[in-house]
Design a protein around this ligand. Structure first.
Ligand code: HEM
Ligand code: PLO
Length: 485
């Protein structure tokens, strides 16, 4: 207490209508530009994106205040043209504003996901079945682009969770999904002109057209799954998957006429499933691709993980979730990948729901707050040589366990808006990587350059595509493992 509130944070120069756009022209992606702007304006500064005041937070102290200490005050989401197209005006969880309906939805999905949570045998079985199929494909084609294979494995996990179904290789519906999802990633939530100037949407815009088209393909697919699910002997007593959980909640809300006035329309239900499906696929796949990219750059890290796998598991059985505690170096590697290339470097913008403050700065209701996770994860005060890939940062002093060495580490966010899929994502990352590395050595084909570590900025930060050689390790140079699973 006793501190004096001084007024708003430093501001970038702004002009009417276009706001601070002129100061934001740069070849750098936004997270890198915001990181650089700290040198001139300090770690927390504000700018205008057209008519909207946006506060950029680059330091963990202020980030934690926004997410945790004042989580409720900053739990809002902005409405933007592109996310409104994606989510039917915010009827989902991730892009939906804070409300009673939103809280209710989040609670149902959270409950349904923890039903498959850690300790539950079924999710482990689902992931292991997909890991096994993935390794089968790898052993048949030594040199390939891993991206579609990793995507299909991860898609099938969420497909089982949401709808109790999966895709096989070459399924046209899966190919369509790959296309529309990339189209959405390329266009949604980009603070491109469309999101900066809401009135521009009346002009035809190639990105917006592509987004609308991709969203309509996605919506048809979701609608089909929803209808199939309703006819295929839905019962209030058996909960097969997430869609059943949502349907049950919807019916029970209708029957009991709950006092809490929440809106559980079919739109809400579909958009929520769309979120879990989209987040479930794009995030985990992206992390797996970054992991492979860094492992190809750092064969010594790969070898150390494989030593650990050989010592703790051996070649007679496949890795299980219960092995997580005994593979600290693999865990540390996953944490380092999540640090050095955060999936969502700017999170999703938060919005102040009331007049409030951050540190000594006053913040007006309605202000958008962008947490720059890239800055947190590359803060030189917190991480020595932040661009160096070093899993050892996350090991305790004798290497027997993992730690979090700095408060400047928030790969899944925190507080009211914390990621809903953290537990699921961690299980998938552990099982897929341990299965792959137990069986294969990953490298670029002879004569190929090492893949770029740059990343393409969008709603997720994606690595470039490239070919990988998956060479079976000694004892694994046949299609199936030595002993059945
Ligand atoms: C939100 C990270 C996987 C579902 C978020 C946020 C981050 C994040 C940083 C935003 C937090 C904020 O805005 O304050 C990640 C990472 C993942 C991952 C790094 C993988 C390694 C998943 C998975 C699912 C999922 C597998 C679904 C099963 C969601 C949802 C939200 C969210 C629904 C929105 C929460 C809200 O706005 O209330 N995630 N995520 N995520 N994530 Fe994840
Ligand atoms: C990914 C493309 C899908 O087709 C639609 C979709 C839904 C939810 C989004 C996800 C996309 C990208 C990653 C997001 C997720 C909600 C939470 C997650 C933004 C756009 C993160 C990392 O915050």
């Amino acid at each position: 207490g006793g501190r004096v509130v001084l007024g708003g944070p430093p501001r970038l120069p702004a002009l009417p209508l276009i706001g601070s756009l002129l100061s934001l022209r740069s070849p750098l992606p936004p997270h890198r530009l915001f990181q650089d702007l700290q040198r001139k304006y300090g770690p927390t500064f504000s700018l205008m994106l057209g008519p909207h005041r946006v506060l950029v937070v680059n330091h963990h102290r202020h980030a934690r205040e926004v997410l945790l200490k004042k989580g409720r005050a900053f739990a809002g989401r902005p409405r933007t043209v592109t996310t409104d197209v994606l989510t039917r005006d915010g009827k989902d969880i991730a892009f939906g504003d804070y409300s009673a309906t939103w809280r209710f939805h989040r609670k149902i999905v959270h409950g349904a996901l923890s039903m498959f949570g850690e300790g539950s045998a079924s999710i482990e079985k689902i992931i292991c079945a997909e890991a096994s199929a993935l390794c089968g494909v790898l052993s048949q084609s030594s040199c390939l682009d891993l991206s579609p294979e990793l995507t299909r494995a991860v898609t099938n996990v969420v497909c089982w969770l949401c709808f109790s179904c999966s895709y096989s290789r070459g399924d046209p519906e899966f190919e369509a999904m790959l296309r529309y999802s990339q189209g959405i990633v390329d266009t949604v939530a980009k603070d491109g002109l469309v999101d900066i100037f809401p009135w521009l949407q009346v002009f035809p815009n190639a990105d917006l057209r592509r987004l609308r088209q991709c969203v309509s393909v996605r919506d048809r697919l979701l609608q089909d799954k929803y209808l199939q699910h309703q006819v295929q002997d839905y019962s209030d007593h058996v909960q097969r998957d997430l869609l059943d959980a949502l349907l049950r909640a919807k019916r029970s809300a209708e029957n009991h006429n709950t006092a809490e006035c929440v809106d559980l329309s079919e739109d809400h239900l579909l958009m929520t499933v769309g979120d879990i499906f989209g987040a479930g696929v794009e995030t985990t796949t992206t992390v797996l691709k970054w992991a492979v990219t860094y492992l190809v750059h750092h064969p010594q890290v790969q070898r150390r993980i494989q030593d650990e796998l050989d010592r703790r598991i051996g070649g007679d059985r496949a890795p299980r979730l219960s092995d997580r505690g005994s593979l600290p170096y693999l865990e540390a590697t996953i944490r380092e990948v999540l640090r050095i290339r955060p999936v969502a470097p700017l999170f999703i913008p938060h919005v102040a729901l009331t007049d409030t403050s951050i540190g000594d700065f006053t913040v007006r209701k309605g202000t958008r707050v962008v947490i720059n996770l890239w800055s947190l994860h590359h803060d030189e005060e917190e991480w020595t040589d932040p661009e160096r890939f070093d899993p050892g940062r996350f090991l305790n002093s004798d290497g027997s366990g993992v730690t979090v060495p700095s408060p400047s580490y928030l790969p899944f966010g925190a507080g009211v808006r914390v990621c809903l899929g953290e537990a699921l994502a961690k299980m998938e990352l552990f099982l897929f990587l341990s299965w792959i590395l137990q069986r294969f050595h990953l490298s670029v084909p002879p004569g190929h350059p090492l893949p770029s570590l740059e990343g393409k900025f969008g709603v997720v930060l994606q690595p470039a595509r490239y070919q990988v050689n998956a060479t079976p390790r000694a004892g694994w140079d046949h299609a199936s493992p030595p002993h059945g699973q």
